[in-house]
Ligand binder design. Sequence first.
Ligand SMILES: NC(=O)c1ccc[n+]([C@@H]2O[C@H](COP(=O)([O-])OP(=O)(O)OC[C@H]3O[C@@H](n4cnc5c(N)ncnc54)[C@H](O)[C@@H]3O)[C@@H](O)[C@H]2O)c1
Length: 440
Amino acid sequence: MKVAVFGLGYVGTVTAACLASQGHDVWGVDVDVAKVDEVRAGRSPVAEPGLEALIAQAVAGGSLHATTSCADALHMAEVSLVCVGTPSAAGGAAELSYIRRSVADIVSALRLVTPPASGHHSVVIRSTVPPGTVEETIVPALSGGLAGAPVTAGAAMCPEFLREGSGVADFFASPLVVVGTADPRVAGTVTSLFGFLEQPVRVVGTRTAESLKYACNAFHATKVSFANEMSRLLRVAGVDSREVMSLFCEDQVLNISPAYLRPGFAFGGSCLPKDLRSLLHLARTNSVDLPMLAGTLATNELTISDIVDRVVACDGRTVALLGLSFKANTDDLRESPNAELAERLLGKGFDVRIYDSVVNPARLIGANRRHIEAKLPHLGRLLTHEPGEALRGADAAIVSSIDPAIRAALLGNPPRHLFDLNGRLGQQIESLPGYEGIGW
Ligand SMILES: NC(=O)c1ccc[n+]([C@@H]2O[C@H](COP(=O)([O-])OP(=O)(O)OC[C@H]3O[C@@H](n4cnc5c(N)ncnc54)[C@H](O)[C@@H]3O)[C@@H](O)[C@H]2O)c1
């Protein structure tokens, strides 16, 4: 396949050389003549293990070319991979001017050159761009700029996951190959372009693909900062944080795993809030700043107030809270965010009816009882025996439980507004008219 790669930086050069090594006819384009000259001479413009050898071999074998001319690169090319920079602009926004410029260059050249035999060209963004860029910037530029041209074009986002320093190895062993597009022809082209990789190409919406790269980088940054905050705290406690974190990583059930990474409602219960507060207290008394860990409590609070705001914005004042404890199959109400939600809605004058199949106020004892008596002194009067009873006449339901009886009651008597806090109620409930999933 003839491929044009725009931008011969870290991503573009690795991409161009690796694709050329697989027999594709690759043309690298850059506005920087020095980089183009380096590739032409069979050398790498960036330092990456293994890259120079791949470039030298591909240039000598005629599968890799470099040019400053978009027209040469796009002559009969089926796909453009845009790998130009998106540095931080003032205020932190991603600077998209290089992307716009290169897409404008692609459009101008496509109007002039001989199109590929398919008559269709795919413009694939590999640079990291904010969600909405492909739909709002690239697609309109292509459809407006190519009206009446001898070629049609579609766009996609295909995030790059390589890391500098191991770019070539990462390219061939990418943890994910994701293409975000609404255009099946572009999906087909990208799937065939990367067909040599072991990972299957996953086709998703463009905004999903754009967001995925940001989610990955935000998570990686969070992991580094988490380990470093633990280290700062443990140092003052005389503990070797490397040993703690090494054991921590051995737990691949709860720690290094998908656990706790599903968007939904706030955390709570008898341990997480209490132990975070204790860690933060230890830090404060030792003059150690842990802004990220402190921020988890702040963001948890926002998760609760966001639901309160969304319920307040609904019409109606009667709410069924289906699920009271902080998670399924426990009657532990200590620091349950659902109990907090009930308290805030009652405080705002809502008529709140509660159903939880596990919670029986008559059987609550000890700290659990004291906690709920302080938060919801009239719990006995608010609790219903059946979910249907809570839903009768309710304007809105807030559901955190996956109890099948709750599901059946929701289907039998759907409320006008349904807030699903955990996203586990299933397709049938999700298609009810008033359904709002939390976290999506
Ligand atoms: N560096 C990484 O490890 C990495 C990994 C994944 C994703 N990304 C993302 O990929 C993108 C590129 O990153 P990079 O580190 O390769 O950038 P880079 O700065 O190394 O390279 C960008 C290249 O684009 C060229 N360029 C600018 N405008 C152009 C135009 N109109 N036509 C042709 N070439 C043009 C520049 O001259 C430069 O050589 C960024 O969005 C980055 O966030 C980077």
